[in-house]
Design a protein around this ligand. Structure first.
Ligand code: ZN
Length: 457
């Protein structure tokens, strides 16, 4: 530890006490983690760090996928794990005020206890924090119905690099009083400010849930099916998750953790779900709509769930992404391309992937959001060439005017790809914003932009 850094850590120990500073050994994450327990303490921590030019990385549940928490230049970690309270659920205004360190699942359950829905659900719910979800503008499995995190936030409290507390715990849906500052910090990955408290808009808790797995022949049927379901389920469609055939056949292969609910061999498998307010009528409508889709030739085969256990079994197939690590090394991509271009995009990736020795090419995604996950690699680890693989996928994304990150953010991992999805002018404005809000570049430096790029502005 450098001398100046030691002085800062000492000052932070004086401020937060022994419990508030942890030293840890880690190859990638910061070795010093500070744990303030109030917004006021966060403000003081940042003021101390800013005065000393000491870089800070805000740390949530460590579930991100773009190396957004990695130490690049002696950063200190700022964890809000002690600021984890659900402060208020306001059932009249249907809002929830929660501290940033709260685990997502705790917030979900607290809303549910009041018969309300926080419409944010993702695989990492048991460890991800609300603050991390806000900082990365998380997506997940209900975006098709409720949008991303950005769409469910009414108010936000943020601490700026110099310790200024920017608090607007607004609870109303309509608030056109000048610039909407909170949007600057949502999805900024902790580079513009540290999120300390959030006001979420809650929704009525759905009481019915209808889930099915569908086999679909061909992209044209798939695309029509999405529109069909969305049009005919009276606004209740809450998931449309698509697995390409390699995904489905591998996850349900002999000896895997899952029994295949439908035989493999079709071109797509779709997990559809509706959530509504009338169990009897919703179930009837769901079956009716699927029946008509089958008659119209949009669905080749279908299995409907009759119990929570059956529903869980379907979602476990969709969520079993870790199983693919048994195939060999790959890079997990998170991209978006508009629906009308998606089939050609996939064809381009597949044909370019033929240049890889024994390729792994697994596709799945949230099709209603035009968000595709691609796992591309090689079964032979000697043939695994990350630069070649990134060029295949990001080159195709650029070709079709897509986004190099849909829901996972930029961090360190996608920094060098940003120019493929954003113009020079956009990047210049973003860097000026960073420079203006954080002139010493102490907040998560080197994420989204390299420190040298900001300095050269
Ligand atoms: Zn996803």
């Amino acid at each position: 530890m450098g001398q100046a850094r030691e002085v800062v850590v000492e000052a932070l120990r004086d401020l937060l006490g022994k419990k508030g500073v942890r030293i840890q050994e880690d190859d990638f994450l910061p070795d010093v983690i500070v744990k303030p327990e109030s917004t006021e303490q966060v403000s003081k921590v940042l003021r101390i760090c800013n005065d000393a030019g000491q870089a800070v990385v805000p740390i949530g549940g460590r579930t991100g996928l773009v190396n957004g928490l990695w130490q690049t230049d002696g950063e200190i970690g700022l964890s809000l794990e002690r600021m984890n309270a659900v402060e208020e659920i306001d059932s009249v205004n249907r809002t929830m005020t929660v501290q940033a360190g709260c685990i997502l699942q705790v917030a979900l359950e607290a809303a549910e206890d009041e018969n309300l829905l926080l419409p944010l659900d993702l695989g990492a719910r048991g460890s991800a924090t609300v603050g991390g979800n806000v900082a990365t503008n998380a997506g997940g499995n209900m975006v098709i119905r409720y949008g991303m995190v950005r769409d469910m936030i009414l108010g936000l409290e943020v601490v700026l690099a110099d310790g200024t507390v920017l608090s607007n715990l607004n609870k109303t849906l309509k608030n056109n009083t000048g610039y909407d500052l909170k949007q600057l910090f949502i999805g900024a990955e902790g580079t513009l400010g540290v999120v300390t408290r959030v006001v979420f808009r809650l929704r009525p808790l759905p009481v019915s849930q209808n889930t099915a797995l569908l086999a679909v022949d061909g992209f044209s049927a798939l695309e029509q099916l999405l529109r069909w379901m969305d049009t005919h389920t009276a606004g209740t469609l809450s998931a449309f998750e698509v697995m390409w055939p390699e995904f489905y056949s591998y996850v349900t292969r002999d000896g895997s953790n899952h029994r295949p609910p439908l035989p493999a061999g079709d071109s797509f498998y779709v997990l559809v779900e509706t959530r509504g307010s009338d169990p009897v009528a919703d179930a009837e409508r769901f079956e009716g709509v699927l029946g008509e889709a089958m008659e119209a030739g949009l669905v080749a085969d279908a299995v409907l769930t009759r119990s929570q256990a059956e529903r869980n079994a379907l979602w476990e197939i969709r969520d079993d992404v870790l199983d693919f690590f048994n195939l060999g090394p790959f890079i997990p991509f998170d991209i978006s391309v508009t629906l009308d271009r998606l089939e050609s995009f996939v064809a381009m990736v597949r044909s370019r992937a033929e240049a890889i020795d024994e390729p792994i090419c697994i596709l799945f995604g949230h099709l209603g959001d035009c968000n595709l996950h691609v796992l591309l690699g090689s079964r032979r680890s000697e043939a695994f060439d990350p630069a070649q693989i990134e060029e295949i996928v990001y080159g195709a994304v650029e070709h079709f005017g897509g986004s190099v990150s849909a829901e996972h953010g930029v961090g360190l991992a996608k920094r060098s790809q940003l120019h493929r999805s954003r113009s020079e002018a956009e990047l210049r404005v973003m860097m000026s914003m960073k420079h203006w809000l954080d002139p010493k570049n102490i907040l998560n430096p080197n994420k989204i932009f390299a420190a040298t790029e900001i300095a050269a502005q």
